[in-house]
Ligand binder design. Structure first.
Ligand SMILES: Cc1ncc(COP(=O)(O)O)c(C=O)c1O
Length: 381
């Protein structure tokens, strides 16, 4: 029986058209985009096309797209570059950011930078009043994710940007879990910087982008060559970038169909769990969220036991961010929502994708029901 993959927030399987684009690039576009000869020009055309496709997905100009090695680098470039550009004032971020943002902020704090971590409400959405509370001084930069990776909750980025502008601050959003799932437009959001990662939208791993609003003179973090308008030296990961561009083109063309499909499956799953298994709860906000993510608590259980049992039955789910999954600590995002350790340890994240179907959800529900009741009986006996 085929396995059921319900962990699309960790990564997505590359789309066959993406694989084909990358293969064609490796075979025919292997030149160096910086070379003047014909091989170089072929490679340069691939690079330009990909930049156009990425820009089109988020409503940016191609010149505003910087290719990076993924979401983590984009976040680092935004925060480190932004903090160099604005050397005075605090950096504000939320308590439920991905570690690519939170750990970078901690590192900047260790270097003496003032960092303020803002709380979220129990539904996983930024406490807007805490953001606007009279601060101790100027604000240099605000970083607020568009969609949370564990809960799928959408954050008030547009409103936060409006406020950040009144403070003269640079506004960054980590949109890694939003791009490809909902319509994202950099002009509508008003942000200065926006992070994207290819492998969350059926593209390859190790490639991403940072949108940098035209006019913002972000300093380079990598030196050594003229690539990416001198912002990121080094010969480009052209096959990855080509695949990323194709993934963005597909995401734009199929956005509505993909989100309706995921929403339908997610609702089917949540109804089945909440109505069919006692002591279950949905975490996050039921409305303000991306369509593919469900974070569910199973009272009295350690979700890791559930995950391992589901894995034996061929169902892949997660406890939260893949890069945190070795820590065996309560999920920090759920702790930030005010949950106890026991509550936070009892939650599973299931994230659907375009390859899932109703049969996957029905089988997952069946196996979940029997596994939860077996684990609960074991605890009682
Ligand atoms: C919200 C968010 N930001 C950043 C990242 C890091 O992206 P990448 O894996 O491309 O470095 C992730 C990956 O899980 C994420 O979910």
């Amino acid at each position: 029986m085929k396995g059921i993959y319900l962990d699309h927030n960790a990564t997505t399987p590359p789309h066959p058209a993406v694989v084909e684009e990358m293969r064609a690039c490796l075979e025919q576009g292997w030149g160096n985009p910086s070379s003047i000869h014909a091989h170089g020009q072929t490679a340069k055309r691939i690079l330009d096309l990909a930049r156009h496709r990425v820009a089109a997905l988020v409503g940016a100009e191609p010149e505003e797209i910087l290719f990076t090695s993924g979401g983590t680098e984009s976040d680092n470039q935004a925060l480190r570059g932004g903090s160099i550009l604005r050397p005075e004032g605090a950096i504000l971020t939320s308590a439920i950011e991905h570690s690519a943002v939170l750990d970078t902020c901690k590192n900047l704090a260790a270097q003496g930078r003032e960092v303020r971590i803002l709380p979220v409400a129990s539904n996983g959405i930024l406490d807007f009043d805490a953001l606007k509370a009279p601060s101790n001084g100027p604000v240099a930069l605000v970083s607020l994710m568009l969609a949370n990776n564990d809960l799928g909750t959408l954050q008030p980025v547009r409103e936060t940007t409006e406020w950040a502008k009144t403070q003269g601050a640079i506004m960054h959003t980590d949109a890694v879990q939003a791009v490809g799932k909902i319509a994202v437009d950099v002009r509508e959001l008003g942000v200065d910087l926006l992070s994207i990662s290819a492998h969350k939208l059926y593209g390859p791993k190790g490639v991403g982008a940072l949108f940098i609003r035209r006019g913002l003179q972000l300093p380079a973090l990598l030196h050594g060559g003229p690539q990416e308008r001198r912002l990121r030296a080094g010969t480009e990961n052209l096959p990855g970038i080509a695949g990323f561009g194709k993934a963005c083109e597909l995401a734009k063309a199929h956005l509505e169909r993909r989100s309706a499909h995921c929403r339908h499956l997610r609702d089917l799953l949540e109804r089945g769990v909440l109505e069919g298994i006692s002591g279950t709860r949905c975490n996050g906000d039921p409305k303000q969220r991306v369509p593919n993510t469900s974070n569910l608590s199973f009272e009295g259980l350690i979700a890791e036991d559930l995950l391992l049992n589901l894995d034996l039955d061929g169902i892949s789910v997660s406890l939260g961010a893949a890069c945190q999954s070795e820590s065996r600590k309560p999920n920090p995002v759920l702790k930030a929502l005010g949950q106890s350790d026991a509550e936070a340890l009892s939650s599973l994240r299931l994230s659907m994708g375009e390859g899932n179907d109703e049969d996957d959800i029905r089988r997952t529900l069946e196996i979940l029901k029997t596994t939860v009741s077996r684990l609960r009986q074991r605890i009682q006996s």
